[in-house]
Design a protein around this ligand. Structure first.
Ligand code: SF4
Ligand code: SF4
Length: 307
């Protein structure tokens, strides 16, 4: 793998760009925002990851790359993917996001190659505290940060029926923390997306997300101006029509059978919306909305381990 030349006009994202190692997951969280419970098995090609990110790096730099999925530890070549991200020089840091259920079998190399491992703990998939202590020990041994987030609640993320109300689509886009606060850009198979949903929603609804117009093709030339226009566009991605952004109704996290997953999303956007939060975020887009709790040190609380 060769590194590429750099442009002086690079766009800087102070947050992270996402790379999906896989699309599928071993869990079945209701309303998973990456739609992973109903995604087909798919594995990223490390060479392709390097090719895309190194071309992006000519005109774009981000604080960190997040490796997600689905569950990224399902990929047997995860170390090659981490290596590809590092070699591309697109980011200062590499963060691996996992549900933790397969982390005990991750190779030492995975622990030492990333800067941080972020575990999301759900009530239906609680990590035993002795295993969590083992993860903390491995993190110390490999000089890797470990962050643990308890996620007791989710928000509706996807409406199979969507909405025809252009004003509502606009409001959902303009209050979307994913796009405007957390700036979760996504690079996937030769295209750059402003948010992961603008890839995943089209992946579910069409065979080719790249035909939707929501992705910008990653080119060999310096395409910084096109990229800036794409990121700053006042018009949301077409996927916003089926997406709840940050303002889906809140519910207690649960896993559901895969065949039931899409059935539960067969409601119009209007029925899945938290209207009060929509209004609040119109007042201040930085309002807390996700309900995750960071676990600093110590064990996972008893109430979780007994649920
Ligand atoms: S753990 Fe749950 S939320 Fe995370 S990718 Fe898997 S199904 Fe989605
Ligand atoms: S599709 Fe629209 S509402 Fe959904 S995450 Fe992307 S920008 Fe936000």
């Amino acid at each position: 793998m060769a590194t590429t030349g750099l442009s002086d006009r690079r766009i800087y994202n102070p947050r992270g760009c996402e790379v999906n190692a896989v699309l599928h997951c071993n869990l079945r969280c209701r309303s998973c925002s990456h739609l992973s419970p109903i995604m087909p098995p798919w594995f990223a090609d490390p060479e392709r990851v390097f090719h895309d990110l190194s071309r992006m790096a000519r005109c774009y730099h981000c604080e960190f790359v997040k490796i997600l999925g689905g569950e990224p530890l399902l990929h047997s070549q995860l170390t090659e993917i981490i290596h590809a991200i590092r070699e591309s020089s697109i980011a200062q840091r590499v963060v691996l996001c996992t549900n933790g259920s397969l982390l005990h079998s991750a190779k030492d190399e995975v622990w030492s190659m990333v800067d941080e491992i972020e575990i999301s703990v759900y009530p239906s998939n609680v990590i035993p505290n002795d295993r969590l202590e083992d993860f903390r020990r491995r993190a110390r041994d490999h000089n890797t940060n470990l962050s643990v987030r308890l996620s007791p609640v989710f928000r509706e993320s996807y409406s199979e029926l969507g909405t025809e109300d252009g004003n509502l689509i606009d409001r959902i886009f303009h209050t979307c923390q994913i796009a405007h606060v957390w700036r979760c850009h996504t690079v996937h198979e030769g295209y750059f997306y402003r948010c992961p949903q603008s890839y995943f929603i089209h992946r579910l609804r069409h065979a080719k997300p790249e035909d939707s117009g929501d992705g910008l093709e990653i080119r060999d030339d310096d395409f910084a101006d096109d990229l800036r226009r794409h990121i700053d566009s006042a018009m949301g991605p077409a996927a916003c029509r089926w997406c709840l952004g940050s303002v889906g109704r809140r519910f207690a996290h649960e896993q559901v059978p895969r065949r039931q997953w899409a059935e539960l999303a067969k409601e119009p956007t209007e029925a899945l919306l938290d209207r009060r939060l929509l209004t609040e975020l119109e007042g201040d887009i930085n309002e807390e909305s996700h309900g995750k709790v960071r676990l600093e040190d110590g064990p996972i609380p008893d109430a979780w381990t007994k649920s």
